[in-house]
Design a protein around this ligand. Structure first.
Ligand SMILES: Cc1cc2nc3c(=O)[nH]c(=O)nc-3n(C[C@H](O)[C@H](O)[C@H](O)COP(=O)(O)O)c2cc1C
Length: 192
């Protein structure tokens, strides 16, 4: 995949959708890549992370700073702060809707808006099932504004043996989207 340059500084935003396993997996697979990783967690994100994993954001690997989701004066709220990519992982339908409409009512929504205006990589790991028409329209609107819609769907053809291995197959695809190479990752067809 062609990219401007390998990302050095990324922003990970956690919202209140199910799928914190994928967040843990992604942060684990990137933790030795020497990246600057900053985080933001919504109020609902805190709740779901505690419910699903019994964790606080500060308990997760790789992220050096967690910004307050209400703090619009924190660095990533400005396009000048120099993030190469932002992932919303996982992304609730509420946050998707706000991003699609450019609402910027909290720091996550504002940062996503900034990434789009600066033409930087914004990956939305949208999670809901089933999807209603509003969800689908919002995904298309966000896509058309420049976001990458990347629902958390593992590659079962790689024969993962555990939930963690399944989540890792998805994390590798996420890493591809922002131009990161994960050492030791499996790729389909590379044995020939
Ligand atoms: C355990 C739990 C799981 C949830 N899972 C989802 C989900 O998968 N997708 C979704 O859109 N909302 C989900 N929600 C609802 C969101 O947390 C809620 O809409 C919230 O307002 C989202 O706010 P945020 O986008 O600011 O994080 C879930 C809530 C809880 C408590």
């Amino acid at each position: 995949m062609e990219h401007r340059r390998r990302p050095q500084k990324i922003l990970v935003a956690v919202t209140g959708a199910s799928g914190m396993l994928y967040l843990q997996s992604f942060l684990r697979v990137i933790q030795d890549l020497n990246l600057v990783v900053h985080g933001i967690c919504s109020e609902a994100g805190h709740k779901v992370l505690a419910l699903e994993k019994g964790l606080r954001p500060q308990d997760l690997p790789a992220v050096s700073v967690w910004f307050d989701c209400r703090d619009f004066a924190s660095p990533p709220a400005s396009g000048s702060s120099g993030y190469d990519a932002m992932l919303v992982l996982p992304c609730s339908m509420g946050t998707l809707a706000a991003i699609a409409a450019g609402i910027s009512a909290n720091l996550i929504q504002r940062c996503a808006d900034v990434m789009l205006k600066e033409r930087k990589d914004l990956v939305l790991v949208v999670r809901e099932t089933p999807l209603n028409r509003t969800h689908l329209n919002n995904m298309l609107a966000a896509h058309d504004a420049g976001a990458i819609i990347c629902p958390p769907l593992p590659g079962f053809y790689l024969q993962p043996a555990t939930l963690e291995e399944a989540a890792d197959t998805f994390s590798w695809r996420l890493a591809d989207q922002i131009g990161l190479d994960i050492p030791g990752r499996q790729r389909w067809g590379t044995e020939i």
